[in-house]
Design a protein around this ligand. Structure first.
Ligand code: ZN
Length: 129
């Protein structure tokens, strides 16, 4: 298994995230991985749900730039961010690598909210198998 970032680089990342926490942005599922010479960082950023898509995108763009600048001596760094609303309980059920399946009640799994893809098994597939 690939190791995480070394402790000094993890401290640098934590310091960057702390500056955003001061602004009311929360983080979880912060993960890092070293694979060969490439570093990978992934995290979930939780912001007020009333923020516009543009505001949230501006935040993660700036965050990713700040992480890159703080770890500027690294030549191969990939940062993945996932933005979530602070108020949505579903934002807190995804901190593990593998998401748990929702319990299937008498009527089956909960339908996906409007606009989100359904988790129901596809009964009709297009294209060749
Ligand atoms: Zn999350």
């Amino acid at each position: 298994m690939d190791p995480t970032l070394p402790p000094d680089e993890q401290d640098t990342l934590d310091a960057v995230l702390a500056t955003y926490a001061e602004q009311g942005v929360a983080f979880h599922a912060v993960r890092s991985r070293l694979s060969g010479h490439r570093r990978f960082i992934s995290l979930h950023g939780l912001v007020p749900g009333a923020w516009s898509v543009s505001r949230g995108h501006d935040l993660v763009e700036q965050l990713e730039a700040d992480i890159r600048a703080a770890l500027a001596d690294l030549d191969a760094l990939s940062v993945f961010t996932h933005l979530e609303p602070l108020e949505d309980p579903r934002s807190y059920g995804d901190t593990r690598l593998d998401r748990e399946r929702p319990p299937a009640g008498p009527s089956g799994p909960e339908p996906a909210p409007p606009g989100l893809p359904s988790t129901e098994p596809a009964t009709h597939r297009e294209g060749p198998r």
